[in-house]
Design a protein around this ligand. Structure first.
Ligand SMILES: [Zn+2]
Length: 356
């Protein structure tokens, strides 16, 4: 049956492959492997979890095989591959408990998909609520594949500056802020004077050199990173993309084909994706907590708003995509006044900002 394989040496968005379920052989143009008969992990996958993902590890690394066509998934559930019987039985146990909710989910989905089609104007933008509902149901592997594919699509137009002190500081601070996350984060620095940073679904954070140069302390940079990371953790970036791309996003995520048109669209929109006031407040609050957990002085978070206010000229890009700066600064300053009893080790990067 048709499947999509993720693993060492394969494209981040996965590799289309043919899986012979009886022999376990998995073949694609340029390679083949085998489903281990010793079993592995199994979970529901794909849009509304109608598909299946089988994953295992070997000497080469971690592999995941996705079967997203509902009919194929049903066939597999009826006749699990050799050695995977127990995993399927376990999943069936958890699925049965959720079946009622699932059925409701599908009828709601049918309604959501049908409603915009009725609009003859072809206006497919989703409301916040619908986009959020969908975003919460996208499997993490799909989300990561989408982020990776859209980063690749935009990479040619980015001047990556991943060497040097600034990039090292971004990576180190970023890794402290994302300890224990389910996502595997990557932090990139891009040479660009515009004061901006953005977060892509699945764990990619991009920071402009202009933003780093505008910060007065590494703690201010940490504040921005903490905020951006939460847009990923809380799936705001994914939700924003679904909201803007509408049905084409749902279609791509449902079929697993995130490497194509959707990635291209994401690449174009990602830098200018703007968030709601609620999303901003959530990202500030969760980011503030992340700074505390990482032992980084959260004073840099409200302080950076003052730094931005002193910037000459028009408002930086960062404030147009992450709005409501005054209310946010005041709320953060309020939170800060409740942690006056804590002492924080200053971040070690001096002088700041680092030389390019
Ligand atoms: Zn934001």
């Amino acid at each position: 049956m048709q499947a999509r394989l993720f693993g060492p040496g394969l494209p981040a968005a996965g590799q289309a492959c043919e899986w012979q379920t009886d022999s376990g052989r998995i073949q694609w143009a340029g390679g083949e492997t085998r489903l281990p008969s010793t079993g592995g992990a199994l979970r529901s996958a794909g849009f509304d979890l109608a598909g299946l993902e089988l994953s295992w590890a070997d000497d080469a690394g971690r592999w995941a095989l996705q079967v997203l066509a509902a009919a194929d998934a049903t066939t597999l559930r009826a006749t699990p591959p050799a050695g995977w019987e127990e995993a399927f039985a376990q999943l069936a146990g958890t699925t049965r408990r959720h079946r009622k909710g699932r059925a409701l989910g599908w009828s709601a989905l049918a309604l959501f998909l049908a409603a915009p089609l009725l609009l003859l104007a072809g206006f497919f933008a989703f409301s916040d609520g619908i986009a959020g509902w969908i975003a919460q149901r996208v499997p993490q592997a799909q989300e990561e594949a989408l982020g990776e594919a859209s980063f690749r699509a935009m990479q040619a137009s980015l001047k990556l500056r991943d060497e040097g002190e600034a990039a090292r500081a971004v990576r180190e601070i970023g890794s402290r802020l994302t300890q224990g996350s389910a996502y595997r984060y990557r932090f990139h620095v891009v040479e660009d004077k515009a004061i901006n940073a953005f977060a892509m679904p699945g764990g990619i954070v991009v920071v402009h050199s202009g933003l780093i140069n505008a910060t007065r302390t590494p703690e201010e940079l940490a504040g921005v990173l903490a905020h951006e990371v939460q847009h990923i953790e809380l799936r705001h970036s994914l939700k924003g993309l679904i909201k803007q791309a509408g049905l084409s996003a749902v279609w791509a995520l449902a079929t697993g084909d995130v490497g194509g048109a959707l990635a291209g669209e994401a690449a174009q929109r990602m830098m200018s994706l703007s968030f709601s006031r609620d999303a901003e407040r959530e990202a500030d609050n969760a980011g503030f907590e992340a700074l505390l957990r990482a032992g980084i002085d959260p004073a840099g978070m409200p302080a950076f708003f003052d730094t931005l206010a002193k910037q000459a000229g028009s408002a930086p890009e960062l404030l147009s995509t992450h709005p409501a700066s005054e209310a946010r600064r005041d709320a953060l300053a309020g939170r800060l006044s409740s942690v006056t009893n804590r002492r924080f080790e200053p971040l070690p990067y001096r002088p700041w900002p680092p030389a390019p």
